[in-house]
Design a protein around this ligand. Structure first.
Ligand code: BES
Ligand code: MN
Ligand code: ZN
Length: 470
C-alpha cells in the first residue's frame, strides 16, 4: 500500500506532476499555459487519466486525472485511476486544490492499488507505487481514516478472494485472531464443534456437517469504556457453498468461495472500529461452515434445532446461509441483547435478479435505521436499495413439522423470503434489526473506479461510516 506525505505547494519540483481535472478545466490555479490548454480537452470523467509529455520542460510529464463532479465518488475514482495508471512508478506528486476531498482521494489510491496475492511480493519484483506526495493543505486525520478504511476493506477482500482449499472455517478464525491481536482492546473467542454442540448451535452444525473441516463461530468484540450503544454485526461465513445435497449446477458453484463475504465484512469493520477507536461497542459474529456433499451432509427435509430451540424444516440444502445466521442471530438476541442488530450475507442469487450486480438489498422495519444505513452507504460510495418485508408473505414459510420452512416453494421473491425467514430470529430486536443481502456487489467482474476485479469487500465502508455516525 502506498504512503502519503503532504508538501508545500511552493516546494513542488516534480518530474511527474498529477493535476486533478474537472470538466474542461484543471482544479488548481497557477499552472503553465500548455497544461491549462491540454486540460480543456479532458472530459473530467472520474478515473480517466490523460498524459501530457513535456520533454524539454519541468515537470516533464503531467498527468491529468478526472475528478468527475468533484464529489467524494469523483475523488475516489480519481485516486483509483491514478493508482492504476502509475502502478509501476515509485513516487508521484499531486497538486491538490483547497477543496479536494483528501479522504476520498486517498481511499481511491489505496483501494485502486489493491491486488490479491497468494504470497507476499518478491523484493526484486516489478516496481510499485510506493509514495504519493500531496501538495496542498495538510489533513492528517483524513489520511488516517482513509488508511484504516482501506486496510479493513483490503482484509475483507483478501479473506474473500482466498481459494477455499486453504480457506477453511478454522483458517478464517485463525486469520481473525492473529489480525485482531495487533489492536488494543479487541477480544476474540472461537467456538469449535464440541462447544457448538454443547450450546445447541444446530444450524451451524447441520450446514458444516458435510465437511471434514468442521464449522466455527467467531465472536470478535470491541468494547470501549465510553460506549453508550452496543451493535451486533452478524456475517454469513460459508467458506464454500456447493449447495450440499441440493447441489448447484457447475457454473453457479464456481465462485462460491466468496460466500463468506458477509463474515469478512463484519469482522473487518469491527477491527477498523478498534483501529479508529470509535466510541461504540461492536460485536461481530461470524458463523463459519463449509457446505459440502458427503455421507455426513444434512439432507433436504431435515429438521434443524437452532440456538435457543426454534426449529427449521430445511427443504433445500442450498439455502444454508440463513440456517447459520439464524443460530448466530438467536444467540446475539438472547445472550448479547444489543441495541441494534445488523446482518450482512451473500444470501441469494435473487439479489442480482432484483437489483443488478452493484446494489445490495436492504431490509428493515425501522425507518430510522434504514435511512442511517442508506446514508452511510451513500457516504461510503456503496449502493443499497431498501426492499419490503411484506407481513403476509410470512405464511409461505409455514411448515407442518417445524416452526418454519427455510424456503418457500410458492413464493418467488427469493431475497425477500430469505429476509422474512431471518426476521423470525430477531425476537424483541425485530424493529432494531437490519438485513443486507450483498450477494451481488460482493464481487466485481472487472476493475472499475476503486473496485478491483474479484472480491470488493462490500459493506466494510458502509458499516464503518454507519458506526462512525452513531
Ligand atoms: N450463496 C448462495 C447465494 C448466492 C448466489 C450468492 C449467487 C452469490 C451469488 C446461497 O446460499 C444460495 O444458494 N441461495 C439460494 C437460495 C434458494 C435455495 C432458496 C439461491 O439464491 O438460489
Ligand atoms: Mn447456498
Ligand atoms: Zn450460500
Amino acid at each position: 500500500m502506498p504512503t502519503f506525505r503532504f508538501i508545500d505547494p511552493a516546494d513542488v519540483d516534480a518530474e511527474t506532476l498529477v493535476v486533478p481535472t474537472g470538466a474542461g478545466a484543471p482544479a488548481v490555479d497557477g499552472l503553465p499555459d500548455d497544461v491549462v490548454a491540454f486540460a480543456a480537452g479532458h472530459s473530467g470523467k472520474g478515473s480517466v487519466v490523460e498524459v501530457l509529455p513535456r520533454p524539454t520542460q519541468r515537470p516533464s510529464t503531467v498527468l491529468l486525472v478526472g475528478i468527475g463532479a468533484g464529489d467524494a465518488s469523483g475523488w475516489r475514482a480519481a485516486g483509483a485511476g491514478l493508482a492504476r495508471s502509475r502502478s509501476h512508478t515509485g513516487a508521484v506528486t499531486v497538486r491538490l486544490p483547497d477543496d479536494a476531498d483528501v479522504r476520498a482521494f486517498a481511499e481511491g489510491v489505496l483501494l485502486g492499488s489493491y491486488r490479491f496475492r497468494l504470497a507476499p511480493p518478491k523484493a526484486d519484483g516489478p516496481p510499485e507505487l510506493t509514495e504519493v506526495l500531496l501538495a496542498g493543505a495538510p489533513d492528517e486525520a483524513a489520511l488516517a481514516t482513509a488508511r484504516a478504511t482501506a486496510e479493513a476493506t483490503t482484509l475483507a477482500r483478501d479473506l474473500t478472494n482466498m481459494p477455499s482449499d486453504e480457506k477453511t472455517p478454522a483458517w478464517f478464525a485463525e486469520r481473525v485472531s492473529t489480525t485482531a491481536a495487533a489492536y488494543d482492546g479487541l477480544t476474540v473467542s472461537v467456538r469449535e464443534p464440541d462447544r457448538l454442540e454443547a450450546e445447541g448451535f444446530g444450524g451451524i452444525l447441520a450446514v458444516g456437517g458435510g465437511s471434514s473441516r468442521g464449522p466455527r463461530l467467531v465472536e470478535l468484540s470491541w468494547a470501549p469504556a465510553e460506549a453508550t450503544q452496543h451493535v451486533v454485526l452478524v456475517g454469513k461465513g460459508i467458506t464454500f457453498d456447493t449447495g450440499g445435497i441440493s447441489i448447484k449446477p457447475r457454473d453457479a458453484m464456481k465462485l462460491m468461495r466468496k460466500d463468506m463475504g458477509g463474515a469478512a465484512a463484519v469482522v473487518a469493520a469491527t477491527i477498523a472500529a478498534a483501529a479508529l477507536r470509535l466510541p461504540v461497542r461492536v460485536t461481530a459474529l461470524a458463523p463459519l461452515a463449509e457446505n459440502l456433499v458427503s455421507g455426513s451432509a444434512f439432507r433436504p427435509g431435515d429438521i434443524i434445532r437452532h440456538y435457543g430451540g426454534r426449529t427449521s424444516e430445511s427443504n433445500n440444502s442450498d439455502a444454508e446461509g440463513r440456517l447459520v445466521l439464524a443460530d448466530a442471530m438467536a444467540y446475539a438476541v438472547d445472550q448479547l441483547a444489543p441495541d441494534l442488530l445488523v446482518d450482512l450475507a451473500t444470501l441469494t442469487g435473487a439479489n442480482a435478479v432484483a437489483l443488478g450486480k452493484r446494489t445490495a438489498a436492504l431490509y428493515s422495519e425501522n425507518d430510522g435505521l434504514a435511512k442511517a444505513l442508506e446514508d452511510a452507504a451513500a457516504d461510503a460510495g456503496e449502493q443499497v436499495w431498501r426492499m419490503p418485508l411484506p407481513a403476509d408473505y410470512r405464511d409461505y414459510l409455514s411448515s407442518d413439522l417445524a416452526d418454519l420452512n427455510s424456503t418457500s416453494p410458492e413464493a418467488s421473491a427469493g431475497s425477500v423470503m430469505a429476509a422474512l425467514y431471518l426476521a423470525e430470529f430477531t425476537g424483541p430486536l425485530r424493529d432494531r434489526w437490519a438485513h443486507i443481502d450483498m450477494s451481488a456487489p460482493s464481487w466485481a467482474d472487472s476493475d472499475s473506479a476503486e473496485l478491483t476485479k474479484g472480491a470488493t469487500g462490500w459493506g466494510v465502508r458502509t458499516l464503518l461510516s454507519w458506526l462512525a455516525s452513531l
